[in-house]
Write a protein that binds this ligand. Sequence first.
Ligand SMILES: Nc1ncnc2c1ncn2[C@@H]1O[C@H](COP(=O)(O)OP(=O)(O)O)[C@@H](O)[C@H]1O
Ligand SMILES: [Mg+2]
Length: 222
Amino acid sequence: MIELCKVEKSYPVGAGRYYVLRRIEMQVREGDFITIMGPSGAGKSTLLSIIGMLDGDWSGEYDFLDHPVHKLNMKQRAELNKKYIGFVFQQYHLLDGLTVAENLDIPLSYRNIKAADRQAIVADTLDRFHIVGKRDLFPSQLSGGQQQLVAVARAVIANPKLILADEPTGNLHSSQGKEIMELFKKLNEEGTTIIQVTHNESWAAYGHRIIKLVDGWITSQK
Ligand SMILES: Nc1ncnc2c1ncn2[C@@H]1O[C@H](COP(=O)(O)OP(=O)(O)O)[C@@H](O)[C@H]1O
Ligand SMILES: [Mg+2]
């Protein structure tokens, strides 16, 4: 599903360059559940945003399904993202001007689903995440943990083929975190491919493979 070959990302610093990712080689099959771990600053979020096609400024080759991403323009990449990927951002990135229900509707609006059905799916999802009472609130009216729940709900609501989750439980109580991990486990058993970043050993173990990233290098994959 995903094949990264010699992927690198760097920023100019003075006369040289500062490398955030070095010669990344990574293969992901459909149905995989992968955990990425590594110290802060290792490049984990950068790697996820490249895989999620949100970053256009890197070198190397990236094949996603039958698409050579490195040859696509940003508009084409955004279309692939909308069609196939649910992304949980480390900083949530909910749209401040929209209510919780409206935020959840966005991924559905990219699909060919009737408005009435979309409303029903949003209602079901609010229920599943125990946030029915928050439906008409704006993100700024929620706690960090509640925003994170909405961010996870938004990432899964449209049944994406691939879920990319950047520390998706970092702000949740452990019981809520476990609920999210059990949800990911169930979605993965149903065929969804998942790549998560976590610092939590218990949540890491939900993955079938662990990739360790240190200073932009993959130091182990097993
Ligand atoms: N715009 C930028 N300019 C220079 N360095 C950056 C920029 N954005 C991120 N970085 C650096 O890239 C490295 C990796 O960041 P990140 O992918 O967020 O790491 P992680 O998610 O593993 O904590 C960090 O050292 C960070 O300082
Ligand atoms: Mg990060």
